[in-house]
Design a protein around this ligand. Structure first.
Ligand SMILES: [Fe+2]
Ligand SMILES: [Fe+2]
Length: 293
């Protein structure tokens, strides 16, 4: 790779505490806004199953990896994703208590992912994982580079998302390297998988948010009005999704590699605080947020 590499170490961290068990955690933890909260809730809901899919699709190629550095990266990546799955499963229990039909919704996602694992080539599955890993790394940066996105979030949920963001940035190249160096997926399949992943992710976000808001008791017309207003926040000129676009397009460049993108500027604020406080994930999340532009 000719361009400068911005590589971070993949650190394994276990059983972090964000204080998410607290009874005072608001239902609409994003500044009391049902639409914004439920967009995040809907996206995070499928993380545990998605992460299991990522791990299986990468580990399928485990025995063919000869580079010891990549072997270790796959192991650490799997560990990090396993921890994310645990924390987001706990978060999903909260959603169940709120009446969200989590299991029913996830059954649909699982059917799609299992179908893909059974019917598509393993090369295509690891290409889907690499594409979705690029998505999570992009989101990680978008949520935390600037203060405005997370300004109204409850600090405990924000800290959970900050930790997940940090680890996604640390391991963002693992699935990509397995896809390129071991599974030997070419340019066309990589781009096709990204188009597929983008479509799935968008549909998933819109549908899950709609369903959860329905279980909250918002009727069809109220939800439609929420969508019109909320879509501006997502796809307006300064929208969250709109801002992802340049990074999304960079994945289609033939010589793209995840390490070409610098890590978000406040990553070190998280890391230093986490290390200095002996692993206080809440303090680290707050430090990262405070250091945002
Ligand atoms: Fe993850
Ligand atoms: Fe990941």
């Amino acid at each position: 790779m000719s361009k400068k590499e911005h590589k971070e170490e993949i650190v394994v961290r276990k059983d972090l505490d964000f204080g998410l068990d607290a009874a005072d955690l608001p239902r609409y933890w994003m500044g009391g806004d049902p639409f914004k909260t439920r967009v995040f809730d809907g996206v995070q809901m499928s993380f545990p199953d998605g992460e299991r899919y990522f791990i299986s699709s990468v580990r399928f190629f485990k025995d063919r990896i000869t580079d010891p550095e990549l072997q270790k990266a796959v192991k650490d990546f799997s560990f990090q994703e396993g921890q994310h799955g645990k924390v987001h499963t706990d978060f999903n229990k909260r959603l169940k208590e709120q009446g969200v039909p989590v299991d029913k919704m996830l059954a649909v996602i699982n059917k799609i992912m299992n179908g893909r694992l059974q019917n598509m080539s393993q090369e295509y599955n690891v290409a889907m994982t690499a594409a979705l890993e690029h998505f999570t790394a992009m989101m990680a940066e978008m949520f935390f580079a600037r203060k405005e996105v997370m300004a109204d979030a409850d600090p405990r949920v924000r800290a959970m998302l900050a930790w997940h963001a940090v680890e996604e940035m640390e391991h963002k190249a693992v699935a990509f390297d397995v896809m390129q160096k071991v599974a030997k997926v070419g340019y066309f399949k990589r781009c096709l998988a990204m188009a597929h992943a983008t479509f799935n992710f968008t549909m998933h976000t819109l549908i899950f948010t709609w369903v959860i808001l329905g279980t909250d008791g918002f009727k069809g017309w109220t939800r439609t009005k929420m969508y019109f207003k909320g879509l501006w926040w997502l796809i307006g000129p300064r929208g969250l999704y709109t801002r992802l676009f340049p990074k999304l397009l960079s994945y289609y460049k033939p010589g793209f590699h995840p390490w070409q993108d610098p890590t978000v500027h406040n990553y070190k604020a998280w890391l230093n605080t986490f290390n200095e406080t002996g692993g206080n994930a809440l303090a680290a999340g707050e430090a990262m947020y405070a250091a945002a532009h």
